[in-house]
Design a protein around this ligand. Structure first.
Ligand SMILES: C[S@@+](CC[C@H](N)C(=O)[O-])C[C@H]1O[C@@H](n2cnc3c(N)ncnc32)[C@H](O)[C@@H]1O
Length: 355
């Protein structure tokens, strides 16, 4: 006699979400799956259907792209969890991707590597970061030349020399105004500082000056020329904007998947790693963002948003549960990497909110 398992059991067996199993069943992609009452049951012998998301662009040359900077709140470790909650673009008509607070772009680079979407839009409020994306897109060879020189010089020095050099680059970065003529130099300084500073942090003081001290890496990878060239090719179809996340409205429509990863609501008073720019992302900003999410939701876009879970420190803190009460809220485990106090780096819950 044929035995059956529940959608929940199939989800755990195949390491995908329960919602995804239900979608596969409703699309007749699992032989023998049946609806009993309001639940799907699946033959215990059924095989996991092939993931069309992964094979959509088979044949096209795939290159694994890595973020070119380490970024606070970088989502590399959450990519698999996020993946489980994403819709299948090809079947649901999601051909466009927007990431309006792109930071290091862990998810962006995964999608670009797979060639998942036809059109991309990224933005960030941090003008130096956006300049680096633009220079990689438009002038990658000059950037590689400059960064290779800096790398050779830095790595040829001993500790004291490296320190002097780091702080001289930091000074030049802070005193050189960003314009067309300085764009390549500033992008090189920006990447160099990110690779050699303490923990890859980007923090500015009230005057907007980058003030992170030097880190202690023996052999930092200052210039990964292959990755930069691959990113250069991949950015061809990407619209890059410097400014507020609301500017993405002109791009987003019902065919767009929008991933929003705002600066974290600090999990403790001392862990305020929100200073990517001189503007603070406080609770009022989180509320403004939630209202904007409502607007995108109304236009039919698929939205996925992540944030830290305030319940990590106060189980009664319902800030995000209230703010996003009409959406699905998932809690997943993550290890918070950037914290100046190494004892406070550990497993915590993060929120993934979807419409
Ligand atoms: C948590 S980080 C994103 C990290 C990214 N997901 C990654 O994988 O590296 C948040 C980003 O939002 C940007 N940001 C802050 N306020 C913004 C605003 N009003 N509009 C656009 N971007 C903003 C910050 O500069 C920062 O890069």
């Amino acid at each position: 006699m044929l035995s059956y398992i529940s959608a929940k059991e199939a989800a755990s067996k195949w390491d995908i979400s329960q919602r995804r199993v239900a979608v596969l069943c409703s699309e007749n992609r699992i032989d023998g799956a049946m609806m009993v009452g309001n639940m799907w049951i699946i033959p215990a012998t059924a095989k996991k259907p092939e993931d069309k998301r992964a094979i959509r662009y088979e044949g096209a040359q795939k290159v694994a792209l890595k973020p070119f900077v380490k970024w606070a709140g970088g989502k590399s470790q959450l990519v698999d969890e996020l993946e489980k909650l994403l819709p299948e673009d090809s079947e649901n008509g999601y051909t466009k991707y927007a990431e309006p607070m792109v930071g290091g772009g862990a998810l962006l680079f995964k999608f670009l590597s797979e060639g998942r979407f036809e059109q991309y839009y990224i933005s960030d409020i941090n003008s130096e970061l956006v300049n680096a994306y633009n220079v990689i897109k438009n002038d990658v060879e000059r950037l590689i030349e400059k960064l290779s020189e800096m790398k050779a010089l830095f790595l040829s020095m001993h500790e004291n020399g490296r320190k002097l050099y780091y702080y001289s680059v930091r000074d030049k970065f802070n005193t050189t105004e960003l314009n067309e003529d300085t764009a390549v130099d500033k992008a090189a300084y920006f990447i160099f500082l990110n690779k050699t500073c303490f923990n890859g942090l980007y923090r500015v003081n009230k005057k907007g000056l980058f003030n992170v001290p030097m880190g202690s890496y023996k052999n930092p990878s200052i210039c990964d020329a292959d990755n930069l060239r691959n990113i250069h090719s991949a950015l061809k179809n990407v619209t890059i904007v410097c400014g507020d996340y609301t500017l993405c409205s002109s791009f987003v429509d019902k065919n767009t998947l929008v991933y929003i990863d705002p600066p974290y609501r600090p999990i403790s008073q001392t862990a305020a790693f929100t200073a990517y720019s001189t503007d603070v992302f406080n609770d009022d900003e989180q509320i403004r963002l939630a209202r904007f999410v409502d607007k995108l939701n109304a236009c039919g876009a698929k939205i996925v948003l992540s944030n830290s879970d305030p319940k990590n420190i106060d189980a009664s803190d319902n800030f995000f549960d209230d703010l996003y009460s009409k959406y699905s809220i998932h809690r997943v485990s993550a290890v918070r990497m950037i914290n100046s106090n190494s004892e406070k780096r550990g497993a915590i819950k993060e929120l993934i909110i979807c419409n």
